[in-house]
Design a protein around this ligand. Structure first.
Ligand code: GEK
Length: 243
């Protein structure tokens, strides 16, 4: 049995404002944090497994870029078994350590390849599916299109990218309304005002959010012919882009 995830209390005590970091504290609480902070997180993970059944080709590779604790790549594994080579990449040593421990207790054959590397520079090739599940939003703006271009270039014809992101909105009123609904979602999931405020402040500099329109345009600009927003809830969306 995998260990029970720690309840997320990362922002429960007053702390100086520091940029959000994927350190040991966050990694220990991440499974709980993701479900309570991202509307539809579990449904998105399950759907990534379903997309894998559609897109994963035998002998190809699947990449989960910014894999955290590996939820998405494990959903792919459950869905398509051993027919493709699965690669999980994250640049947080704390996340990769915990994922490696969890995977070694499962003893999968063939194993999932785990890399503690930057998504922008990790080697990509022969991919039938690439997952960027809430990762691109942490890249600096000038690095986003080059990474998407590398993903596109690494995909086999007919291969797909699942890109999930927190969104911003160009209309200030719409943004304020959706953010207020999002904070209700967090309250409903047990976060208090201090936790909500401190996490929002920490994420302010770490997250570089784009509008839905900017995502759609960037995906088309790198070459994807078929681009769809398949999931949307409050300020969170997921796009499916097919090469
Ligand atoms: C999930 N996908 O559970 N290179 C590699 N990893 C990065 C980079 C980068 N340049 N920047 C950030 N990360 C996961 C959830 S969390 C989303 C993804 C969130 C990693 C970072 O270390 C973290 O593990 C992950 O991207 C983002 O399906 O916390 O909102």
């Amino acid at each position: 049995m995998p260990p029970k995830p720690r309840i997320d209390r990362v922002f429960a005590h007053p702390r100086p404002v520091q940029p959000f970091a994927f350190d040991a504290d966050v990694a220990d609480a991440f499974a709980d944090m993701a479900v309570r902070s991202i509307p539809g997180y579990d449904a998105i993970i399950r759907q990534i497994g379903a997309f894998a059944r559609l897109f994963v080709a035998p002998q190809s590779r699947v990449y989960d870029l910014g894999c955290s604790l590996g939820a998405a790549i494990l959903a792919v594994r459950e869905s398509v078994g051993t027919q493709a080579h699965l690669v999980a990449v994250d640049n947080s040593a704390a996340m990769i350590e915990r994922l490696s421990v969890a995977l070694s207790s499962r003893a999968l054959h063939p194993p999932i390849e785990v890399r503690c590397e930057d998504a922008s520079t990790t080697e990509l090739s022969d991919a039938s599916l690439v997952v960027l599940n809430f990762t691109l939003q942490f890249l600096d703006v000038p690095d986003k299109q080059p990474l998407l271009q590398r993903v596109y270039d690494a995909l086999l014809p007919g291969g797909a990218l699942v890109l999930s992101e927190k969104l911003t909105f160009s209309d200030a009123q719409e943004l304020a309304r959706i953010e207020s609904l999002y904070y209700d979602f967090k309250r409903h999931n047990g976060y208090n005002e201090l936790e909500i405020r401190q996490k929002r402040d920490a994420l302010e500099t770490a997250l570089k959010l784009d509008t839905r329109q900017a995502h759609l345009e960037r995906l088309r600009a790198v070459g994807f012919s078929e681009v769809r927003e398949w999931f949307h809830c409050l300020n969170f969306s997921s796009f499916l882009a097919v090469r």
